[in-house]
Design a protein around this ligand. Sequence first.
Ligand SMILES: Cc1ncc(C[n+]2csc(CCOP(=O)(O)OP(=O)(O)O)c2C)c(N)n1
Length: 352
Amino acid sequence: MRAADPDVKSSKNQQIPRLPEQTPQEKIALYRTMLLIRRFEEKSKQAFTQGKIKGFCHLYNGQEAVAVGTISVLNEDDAVITAYRDHGHALARGVDPNACMAELFGKITGCSRGKGGSMHFFDAKKHFYGGHGIVGGQIPLGTGIAFAQKYLDTNRVTLAYMGDGAINQGAVHEAMNLAALWKLPIIYIIENNEWSMGTSISRSSAGDPLTKRAGAFDMAAIQANGMDLDDVRAKTFEAVSLARTESQPTLMEIKTYRYFGHSMSDPGNYRKKEEIEERRKGDPIELYKARLIEGKIATAESLEAIDAEVTEIAQESYDFAEKSAEPEIETVFEDIFAPEDQIFEFRPEPRY
Ligand SMILES: Cc1ncc(C[n+]2csc(CCOP(=O)(O)OP(=O)(O)O)c2C)c(N)n1
């Protein structure tokens, strides 16, 4: 583990496994997932403008390589928890695009039965634990999941994402302290897109890089380039290996950029068009596409066909959401308490 700051401890374990070589099919599949997220969100942007999606809608455009790269190194039963900018993480985790779009439309077929909306996607079967609207609120929850993973000897790990603004929340630091103290298998991922609503990072956060914060807890730290899928994968793999083999937490900072406003209702007057245009030149999907073509892993034509396929999936999800029913009024009283069989079982001897 490479420490991003001299004050931050590196792992003592020299036996960190190497990121396995990917087959061409696996690489193409990651391109497909990034493009699916992009096309899905273009469709949701359109639906919002048409008034079919109500409430908030935070787009992930520009940040796709973060969710896809990080989640690609997980096992299927590892946990993912994130903030309200959650469409990309859910789709990367394999949540059904139809259920995601239906959730945006507030329909009963949605992944949270139409009661969560854009900020509260959820799919326990995929180990995707939200979608959370309170800035930083998902971090103590994710830490609790990692605690349970360790306590129950599961050998699973948790990825807990937050924005660069969330790193200043007190609860984030309380959670990181406990994770370091109890050696929990969690990776805290700061998606640094440089903006917290209309506030630039230079006006919100002291200390650069943000991974310096890990030093206070003697926690490993690492940075990645969020516009480069391969870099995200390699760095996340290091952190995940450390969590799985040594049960040690890591703080990751992934540098990225969002192309649209904070949410669909934000005209984004706080930054110049030229800034966005400049950043679009380093688009993670275009970069990866060029890499696939240059490496003769795929042809431009085959990638065009993938584009057509995922564009169709996005359209189908829109049609599915449109046709689906609204939740019945009685459902408002459902999904409030955990079902009996999901209640956490305490063991007499704690294992942390
Ligand atoms: C505790 C709390 N305070 C304030 C807000 C209002 N709010 C919503 S998003 C946001 C900015 C967060 O920015 P960041 O963490 O960088 O995430 P990003 O939107 O860039 O993904 C704020 C202040 C909130 N939802 N929760």
